[in-house]
Design a protein around this ligand. Structure first.
Ligand code: ACO
Length: 338
């Protein structure tokens, strides 16, 4: 039995904001952003667009692609949506604080009337965790056959646009995969998941939770937004990305040549370059698209998977490795036989 990725989809907001656009309104430059991050632009959701809107669009795109390509037996979206057993959303910018789960809103919009839906929130590592969670739940019950796993973010809603050290890094978007349990080998081979809670304060949205609840009558001077210790996150990211790749190669008895592509979380080109250097991996082995989308947190890996799938950069039978990190601090990776 294998948990296969059958189809992929994505949703990118049309509004594109370049580094030059940001330099026109704050003290930064295209040169600084490119040289420090590899980012050239980001896409920003329109006012009123939430994670469920982008997540729904990406999920529907994945289902339509499966129908158009004849990857499933169902004849239309309604029929296909009704066969889905699980919708798992990875996100750190859910529509509503605490509840309802944003995945439930997507389930309703999609017409996935037979699906259980819930959110997994591990900051930028959310999609990696969500994929493993969905696969494990499909494997756990013979009646469950299909899951839609989504990474969706509207980071612009929690970005501090007055902090040039962080606001230039982020973008909005969503990606999704359709998983199906099938006979045979391949599919999701294995995931590595990990945390280092000692760094919990390095990436944080402080207000609104039970630690710092809103108080009646309080005057809000700043909307809650991401606070980041860039240096600490950078050092953690290089270490865990390197170690996670090494662990996969070592524990799964793989050579680098066995991997068709490594799809890292698209946070910063310099983090990927440092991992390339430490592991002596050629740059072509890593897929990057942060030049166009910046860091879309839990959406970055499924967006990249969809681009690679549709462009033929990854083909059936290829071994693909995702690897990422995020707040928590957290990290992980998924090894997938496509
Ligand atoms: N434009 C121009 N100058 C800037 C900008 C900017 N946008 N941002 C910072 N600077 C300045 C600083 O003020 C500082 O100036 P100073 O020397 O006069 O004090 C100088 O540039 C250097 O700043 P550093 O913070 O030391 O820059 P660094 O080279 O460390 O790069 C960065 C900062 C890009 C944030 C880096 O630390 C990094 O990538 N960290 C990891 C961040 C990350 O991956 N976050 C997301 C992970 S989790 C998630 O995905 C949600």
């Amino acid at each position: 039995m294998a948990i296969k990725v059958v189809s992929t989809g994505r949703a990118i907001p049309p509004k594109r904001v370049t580094n030059e656009d940001l330099a026109a309104v704050m003290d930064t430059s295209d040169e600084w952003i490119r040289s420090h991050t590899g980012i050239g632009a980001r896409h920003i959701a329109a006012e009123g667009v939430a994670a469920s809107d982008l997540g729904f669009e990406a999920a529907e795109d994945a289902l339509r692609y499966a129908l158009d390509q004849g990857l499933v037996a169902e004849k239309n979206l309604e029929e296909l949506a009704a066969t889905i057993d699980l919708i798992v959303l990875g996100s750190s910018t859910q529509d509503y604080y605490s509840h309802p789960a944003t995945a439930c809103i997507i389930q309703h919009k999609l017409g996935a009337v037979n699906a259980a839906a819930f959110d997994v929130t591990v900051a930028c590592s959310s999609f990696i965790y969500a994929l493993e969670t969905a696969a494990a739940l499909l494997a756990a019950d013979t009646r469950r056959k299909r899951a839609v796993v989504i990474g969706a973010e509207v980071l612009s809603a929690i970005t501090n646009w007055e902090d040039r050290g962080s606001c230039v890094l982020f973008g909005d978007g969503a990606g999704a995969v359709l998983l199906e349990k099938r006979d045979g080998a391949g599919g999701l081979v294995r995931s590595i998941l990990g945390s280092d809670g000692s760094g919990w304060e390095h990436l944080i949205l402080r207000r609104g939770g039970s630690r710092n609840p809103w108080k009646k009558g309080e005057v809000v001077e700043q909307v809650p937004c991401i606070e980041m210790n860039g240096h600490a996150v950078y050092n953690f990211a290089v270490t865990v990305i390197t170690k996670t790749i090494e662990r996969f190669l070592d524990e799964e008895h793989l050579a680098l040549e066995d991997l068709a592509l490594i799809i890292p979380h698209q946070a910063n080109g310099r983090i990927i370059q440092a991992a390339e250097k430490r592991l002596n991996i050629p740059a072509e082995k890593f897929y990057t698209n942060m030049e166009e989308y910046a860091n879309t947190s839990s959406a970055s890996i499924p967006i990249a998977l969809d681009e690679c799938n549709r462009s033929g950069k990854i083909k059936r039978g290829d071994l693909v490795l995702t690897v990422g990190f995020g707040g928590g601090l957290s990290y992980g990776g998924n090894l997938i036989r496509w």
